[in-house]
Write a protein that binds this ligand. Sequence first.
Ligand code: AMP
Length: 458
Amino acid sequence: MCGIIGVYGVPSASKVTFFGLYSLQHRGQESAGIAVFDGKQVRHYRGMGLVSEVFDEKILQELPGEIAIGHVRYSTAGSSTIINAQPFCVNYAKKTIALAHNGNLVNAESLRCELEEEGHIFQTTMDSEVIVHLIVKHLKEGLVEAISKAMEKIKGAYSVVMLVDGTLVAFRDPQGFRPLSLGMLNGGYIIASETCAFDLLSAEYLRDIAPGEILVIDENGPQSFFPFEKRERLAHCIFEFIYFARPDSTIFGKNVYLVRKRLGEKLYEECPLTADFVMPFPDSGNYAAIGYAAEGRLPFEFGVIRNHYIGRTFIQPSEKLRDLSVRMKLNPVKELIRGKEVIVIDDSLVRGTTSKNRIRSIKLAGARAVHFLITCPPLRFPCFFGIDFPSKQELIAAKHSIEEIRKFLDIDTLYYLSLEGMLSAVEDLSDKVCTACFTGDYPIPVHQPFRKDFAEVK
Ligand code: AMP
């Protein structure tokens, strides 16, 4: 997964982009990059690591201009190299094109083969590069025409910002898998994956970039184009609400915190338990745990405390210290937990390994009984549209029954929110979301085997 930003007509655009990326850091921690146009040329800078590690005052000063794009990339098992960091920049016919992409194409491999047969040479293993080649191929026909032709070919999830010299462009796939919003700052424009970036910059949220829209911002102001006549089935990623997006963001027209709180309320409606208290695994379970406790009029406690200052660690804990990595991030409050029956809420169960260790640590802290409730149904199918889920083999619920998982986790109760319950929490969006990771019902047919080393998850 990734986070993207576009800035138009704002002084020190690279600094504004830097702060915007800062607030999107949760969408990607592997690499960060900014490309900026100063009226004459596009300059760019990319590096591995967090936004604050990659950029400093001096680097940002060397990126002058009022039009910029930025990108943060999620760490995946695939090739994590600077070559695959974005924005991706190419020179073509005296223009510089810089592109930042969030999402995942499902037909990138076949398109890449076609393009290679036509003589296109690729520099990276990213599917985003396929988008650039397709646009460049038709650029003579005009920018909007070229993007429309590329959009006709590419299938999958893409929220994109692009800089073509002095023009900022944003476009989004017709299903609207990933969020993308437009805001205004001091008469200029900001485009961001999530609205939390607008809040940090004191920008005003205007609207979402619509599914299937191409938005061009140049000296004539913003202009919208809709190349697709047929309206596709909308497929906003519901996992953005469950786990990925920041709770202070409004995505797909709904505030993430409030959706998570409703997920907790629905959990209580479906599985009303009593215990000494309700606690989340922070931070992902916090808001649903608040909803569950409020709905059931149950005490709420932070039974485990999160350390927010964990960077990357290259030290593998020895067998003796095998709980170290768990305790480094979450440490139980023993005095609170000892002898207590607890209801633990978390957003999702993916492989089951982290949860097993976390549950073990609260049992070691003396919990008498543990009821573990999850705010979504069992994850049984891989995501082809940008969420970094492991393969089907590694998804615990793809291979094991709920009772088997309960035994594996060594807990008293395991309950997953039903599909209906989850959908009711997103209210009127319930028929406009992608739930393929739970149901296997992919909104776009996925023909080819998914190769992560090629289709980097962004
Ligand atoms: P596990 O018990 O190993 O399945 O880990 C569950 C935890 O991983 C939950 O707290 C989730 O918030 C978190 N999680 C959610 N989505 C992902 C993901 N795509 N990759 C890794 N961890 C995730």
